[in-house]
Design a protein around this ligand. Structure first.
Ligand SMILES: Cc1ncc(COP(=O)(O)O)c(C=O)c1O
Length: 467
């Protein structure tokens, strides 16, 4: 068999396996059916001594891994905030793999680089960000927070007369980082990776929904000397609440601080005319991070970075080497805006998602997710012994099950466990303000109101069974 024929047969096997999977996706049990031991027994064993037919290998993978695949791409997965894959985005991702473009340099992939430029323009327009921001296509929300904060670190230290890229942090003026009490854990991780530490943060208290108390920010900033970065959030991972961005930007900029906004999922509210008031002020931030693999529903791995100071963004990441061929005028080298050098062409699925949905399609998808979160909240709250803990402003619902014996935490955790085991839907538990809660997150393009109603019925059935 020629190499080309072998490739075509392997792709046909992948298409057959993927199509079979997607046909059954909406009705298969949502949780994985096989555990680590079983999967290892099926997929493990010694490294084969010699080659096997590629198509057979792919067909085997589709079959052997199937029970260990979580239906997180399906319509009744409400765990974490993950989204699925829109048809055009999924198929474009296959093309990206077939083209195998290296999206680091323009010269290695002119179409990959151009598509990123086009998608960057569409995204800034859609999300209400200034057209002059620089954009980076990164691995996800953590990568986006890291990339933005590296640009911030450069900018605030350069303003203090320090070149952090050349001289590092040893001996540098201490950078003060101000965060809200309910920031996402990846902010701490990104600060750790950047040498700014996660143990010396200035923490501003949050209100009952997890929003930074902006009234406390000027006082916190006034007590600081030297370069400062303020990290705000659009979309609390439990409640969906958005920090008061206009007041935060005003106070931080008065102080000369950089404002970073982690909008991993909440930023997508900006795409909807009905919801964009929730993230008003985000256009004043110095950097904004979001995920495309969450609410835009493109495959992993896909995060987005927007920086209002392109020179700081480039200074943090651009590299020069004699063997590289830099882009000419009008040819942007994407590697100057991310912590990666060689990487996959993340722009193709994003371009396909945006082109297939259009402006109104993205808005409708985000609005539908929020309406379905409200539908969940209304139906669950109407049931005896069920309490919705948060203001459902976006796509997140926190639910608690009251226990007649007073063990509300125990009952809530057991209901979550039974729902997960039941297979109709999947969601996760959380601990919020020292209370156990069920956490429902709606972000999949294919979820229907009927999926919500079926899920509510399964949750209430699980709750009844815990007596
Ligand atoms: C607010 C927030 N920031 C950052 C992240 C991290 O995103 P990722 O998992 O894509 O790295 C998440 C993920 O849930 C998030 O909700």
């Amino acid at each position: 068999m020629t190499d080309r024929a072998a490739t075509e047969r392997a792709l046909e096997a992948a298409a057959a396996g993927a199509t079979r999977y997607l046909r059954g996706l909406a009705e298969r049990p949502v949780a994985a059916r096989a555990g680590a031991e079983e999967l290892l027994a099926r997929l493990g064993g010694p490294l084969p001594d010699g080659p096997s037919d590629p198509a057979e290998v792919v067909a085997q993978l589709a079959e052997l891994a199937d029970d260990g695949v979580v239906a997180s791409a399906g319509p009744r997965f409400f765990g974490f905030v993950v989204g699925g894959s829109l048809p055009a985005a999924l198929a474009a991702d296959w093309l990206a793999a077939a083209w195998d473009q290296n999206a680091g340099l323009f010269v290695l992939g002119p179409a990959a680089a151009t598509v990123e430029d086009v998608a960057a323009g569409w995204l800034t327009d859609l999300l209400g960000l200034p057209p002059t921001v620089s954009t980076g296509f990164v691995t996800g929300g953590l990568g986006a927070n890291f990339t933005c904060l590296a640009a911030a670190r450069h900018h605030v230290l350069a303003a203090a007369g320090w070149d952090v890229e050349r001289d590092g942090l040893i001996g540098a003026p201490p950078v003060e980082v101000v965060v809200g009490a309910e920031r996402h854990v990846t902010i701490d991780a990104a600060l750790r990776f950047l040498g700014l530490g996660s143990g010396r943060l200035r923490i501003v208290p949050a209100d009952g929904q997890g929003r930074m108390d902006a009234a406390a920010l000027p006082g916190t900033l006034a007590a600081l000397k030297g370069p400062a970065i303020v990290c705000a959030q659009a979309g609390n991972v439990n409640t969906g609440a958005v920090d008061p961005l206009p007041a935060i930007c005003a106070a931080a900029h008065d102080h000369g601080a950089w404002v970073h906004v982690d909008g991993a999922f909440g930023l997508w509210a900006a795409a909807s005319p009905a919801l964009r008031h929730l993230v008003a002020g985000v256009g004043e931030a110095d950097s904004v991070a979001t995920d495309a693999h969450k609410w835009l529903n493109v495959p992993y791995d896909s995060g987005l970075v927007f920086v209002a100071h392109p020179e700081a963004h480039r200074a943090a990441f651009a590299t020069v080497a004699g063997y590289l061929t830099p882009g000419q005028a009008g040819e942007r080298d994407p590697d100057a805006y991310t912590a990666e050098f060689s990487r996959r062409a993340r722009g193709f699925p994003i371009w396909a998602a945006l082109r297939s949905l259009g402006r109104s399609g993205v808005a409708a998808m985000v609005e539908r997710g929020c309406a379905q979160a409200r539908r969940f909240a209304a139906a669950l709250e109407a049931a005896d012994g069920v309490e919705v803990l948060n203001e459902v402003v976006l796509n997140q619902v926190l639910v608690r099950f009251r226990d007649p014996g007073g063990d509300h935490d125990g009952r809530t955790r057991e209901v979550v466990r039974r729902v997960q085991a039941g297979g109709t839907l999947w969601l996760s538990g959380t601990t919020w303000h020292d209370m156990a809660a069920m956490r429902i997150s709606v972000s999949n393009w294919s979820t229907t109101d009927d999926d919500v109603d079926r899920s509510v019925a399964a949750i209430l059935e699980a709750a009844r069974s815990v007596e």
